[in-house]
Ligand binder design. Structure first.
Ligand SMILES: [Zn+2]
Length: 203
């Protein structure tokens, strides 16, 4: 038995000789690189290299890669993870078990969570003009809504505190309370992860 380092394939002596002259060997590195990326299908690899799909399937097996169906499942999982809203990524990093439901909602500790964005908004006129962050009431069902602030932090509010259509708040301490003083308590809810309960594992 001989072993091709490039393709990481084990072959018998005669097969090895034939292999070193083959297109598979010439493009061995490329084939491996493509097989390592789960979102490239066997059919796509076959098309790019000029082999049949069945040949690629056999090669993948010989090279020790997962079968096509598993690759597809892994690809889907990786894609979902990449698209996961920042709030859920952060929650996961904090040790919470995140169960994705869709692109913008997930169960965290049995609570239905969603993510929205907070935008800067001018309030008042002339000298009484202040810039606050504006948040809107989310439509639909949820237990907890997290608004991503422009600085990357999250304002985390339970449903009970979201009885507004749109409201503004000041994310920083300031001397003037301005017109939106009543919503200043939202500041205490910035990064209030305890609302989600206890993480499964603590870091
Ligand atoms: Zn080879």
């Amino acid at each position: 038995m001989r072993y091709c380092q490039t393709c990481r394939l084990q072959l018998d002596k005669r097969g090895f000789k034939r292999h070193t002259l083959s297109a598979v060997h010439r493009k061995g590195k490329l084939i491996r690189a493509m097989l390592e990326r789960n979102c490239i299908t066997h059919a796509e690899i076959a098309r790019r290299i000029g082999l049949t799909r069945e040949r690629v399937r056999q090669l993948a097996l010989q090279m020790g890669f997962a079968d096509g169906r598993s690759r597809h499942a892994i690809c889907r999982m990786e894609r979902r993870k990449k698209e996961m809203p920042e709030f859920f990524v952060q929650a996961q990093k904090r040790g919470f078990a995140v169960e994705l439901l869709g692109p913008r909602n997930a169960y965290i500790n049995g609570k239905l969570c969603i993510q929205r964005k907070a935008c800067w908004h001018d309030v008042g006129r002339s000298e009484y003009k202040y810039t606050y962050l504006s948040i809107r009431q989310p439509a639909g069902r949820f237990d907890i809504c997290a608004w991503k602030l422009p600085d990357g932090r999250f304002l985390i509010l339970p449903k009970e505190l979201t009885g507004f259509r749109q409201t503004t708040f000041n994310p920083e301490e300031s001397e003037h309370l301005g017109t939106a003083s009543s919503s200043h308590h939202y500041r205490q809810h910035i990064e209030r992860w305890s609302l989600l309960g206890r993480p499964r594992r603590s870091k």
